[in-house]
Ligand binder design. Structure first.
Ligand code: SF4
Ligand code: SF4
Ligand code: SF4
Length: 317
């Protein structure tokens, strides 16, 4: 079976219309096996040449600021980069561990986890895992607590201050709003001249990846990164060398992050929601106590100051 990127487009998008519009959050449950028809992208790093056309396409698709170093300046590969508010995806270059071989280029962006940590920790549900696979963000309800940034095992969400009055968390939304919902494949996938990126149903992408590994065992290592990591991700990778030296974490395990963090981070939303009420209660109690003891001004000011500092600490990790 030989399936190319465009065949996936036909197969994959045929079912999307029925799914679009019924977004809902991922369930942090050991019984949750993911939305059956969710889409994803398979990145075959053996095909990537580091041309950065995917970065250009993403920049244009989301009208992001032009980078200080132009896209055709490959000196950027001298340092390892991470995604940020001005770049939802970046390509990094790694030395090939096999002697005499070309370097390996790795495009990174949000992994669109099946059970995303960012979704589970957000106290106001600003993040959503859609049945189509994309993890999307609603800036309209975000309160800027940035717990998503701490929780993400891939260090992806960034905070942007372009507009001082409406800062927001930024990350790759898989082109959900501007392309997938309209029946188009993500801009980076379309732009890749090497077809290193394949968009389609995740289940079909895994079949394709397995087929590649099986038929070309000398070309690929026997590992589809993202198939099981953190409970599975919609963005998947193939490589010719072990993933760790290519910048991938190999210590994440296969348990979904929401399960691992539900004891600790699971309390975060509750704390945030209860915090104002708690503060108000403390303040009222303190005022009443001070009034009764006749020391209202000095003590109450100090108590408030301590509380405010503590609140800032909580809100700005
Ligand atoms: S990679 Fe990070 S930001 Fe993306 S879905 Fe997973 S937890 Fe959320
Ligand atoms: S899927 Fe869209 S938003 Fe994500 S990296 Fe590709 S072009 Fe950018
Ligand atoms: S456009 Fe394709 S080949 Fe070029 S850097 Fe991006 S993934 Fe690699």
């Amino acid at each position: 079976m030989n399936i190319n990127r465009r065949d996936f487009l036909k197969v994959g998008l045929a079912g999307s219309a029925a799914l679009i519009g019924s977004s809902t959050k991922a369930l942090a449950s050991e019984y949750f096996t993911g939305w059956p028809d969710r889409f994803g992208v398979l990145t075959d790093t053996t095909l990537c040449i580091g041309c950065r056309k995917c970065e250009v396409a993403c920049n244009e698709a989301y009208k992001l600021p032009k980078p200080k170093v132009p896209f055709d300046d490959y000196s950027v590969f001298e340092k390892r980069r991470r995604t940020h508010a001005g770049a939802y995806t970046v390509v990094n270059r790694f030395e090939n561990p096999k002697p005499g071989r070309e370097p390996i280029y790795v495009k990174i962006q949000c992994m669109h986890c099946d059970e995303p940590a960012c979704v589970s920790v957000c106290p106001v549900k600003a993040f959503t895992k859609t049945p189509e696979g994309a993890v999307i963000y609603n800036k309209g309800i975000c309160i800027g607590c940035r717990y998503c940034m701490i929780a993400c095992p891939f260090n992806i969400p960034a905070y942007q201050y372009f507009n001082a009055f409406t800062p927001e968390v930024t990350k790759c939304p898989m082109c959900f709003d501007i392309r997938i919902e309209k029946g188009k494949i993500p801009a980076c996938v379309e732009a890749c001249p090497m077809e290193a990126l394949t968009f389609g149903k995740r289940s079909e992408l895994i079949k394709l990846a397995r087929q590649k590994i099986m038929t070309q065992p000398n070309k690929y290592i026997d590992h589809i990164y993202g198939e099981h990591e953190v409970g599975g991700t919609s963005w998947l990778y193939l490589a010719e060398a072990p993933f760790k030296p290519l910048g991938f974490r190999n210590d994440l395990g296969v348990k979904p992050y929401p399960e691992l963090t539900k004891g600790a981070l699971g309390m975060v939303p509750l704390v945030i929601m209860l915090w104002p009420a708690l503060l108000m209660g403390l303040h009222t109690f303190s005022k009443r106590r001070d009034r009764d003891s006749g020391t209202e001004n000095t003590t109450s000011t100090r108590t408030q100051g301590e509380v405010v500092n503590h609140e800032e600490k909580e809100a700005m990790p």
